[in-house]
Ligand binder design. Structure first.
Ligand SMILES: C[S@@+](CC[C@H](N)C(=O)[O-])C[C@H]1O[C@@H](n2cnc3c(N)ncnc32)[C@H](O)[C@@H]1O
Length: 172
């Protein structure tokens, strides 16, 4: 099988999140599966990942790319919208999403409240965005931070110039 490269923006974000071997990670909007692949490579033992995407194409691509992690029992991939997440993922240590616009283009209070219920104390929600359109950054920052703060997370911001990425991190 051809070796698939991991985009620099995804690598930066996953490195920032500092995955630990026994983490329980939820990814929202897994798309190509690049982040799921990289995260699963860092899990061992009890470490588990649950990746969701509301699009069938995203789920198919992730399942294909990450077949070895699914077979190893580390990764579960489901076609589901975050708003209807009804799966037994109650003890998450980390939530990851890259370029999932839901968090800044519309009211996402219910979805973020649902994440707050499922993230363990000390755990975090890590929402990253590509900043190649700098004019969008102020709105991404204000709306995403407000959603996390309202749900009860402590929020801080991280950024990188190259690759151009911003992260809004909510700690429970
Ligand atoms: C712009 S793509 C980014 C894909 C990948 N994270 C990346 O950075 O390459 C956004 C993805 O999030 C998914 N998505 C958007 N809103 C979602 C939601 N509410 N629940 C689950 N998936 C969602 C879309 O189907 C799409 O695959």
């Amino acid at each position: 099988m051809a070796v698939q490269t991991i985009p620099a923006r995804i690598r930066w974000a996953v490195d920032f999140m500092d995955v630990q071997p026994h983490d329980h990670v939820l990814e929202i909007g897994c798309g190509t599966g690049a982040a799921a692949d990289l995260i699963c490579r860092r899990l061992e033992g009890k470490g588990k990942m649950f990746a969701i995407d509301r699009s069938e194409a995203g789920v198919d691509r992730t399942k294909q790319r990450c077949a070895e992690h699914i077979e190893a029992g580390k990764l579960t991939v489901r076609q589901i919208d975050l708003a209807t997440l009804r799966v037994p993922v109650k003890r998450l240590t980390k939530v990851f999403a890259f370029d999932v616009h839901l968090f800044w283009v519309r009211d996402c209070r219910e979805e973020v409240a649902l994440l707050h219920e499922r993230v363990l104390p000390g755990g975090s929600v890590n929402l990253f965005f590509d900043t190649r359109k700098p004019e969008q950054v102020p709105e991404i920052l204000s709306r995403t931070s407000a959603a996390l703060t309202q749900a009860g997370f402590r929020v801080y911001i991280v950024d990188s110039k190259q690759p151009p990425v911003i992260g809004i991190i909510g700690r429970r």
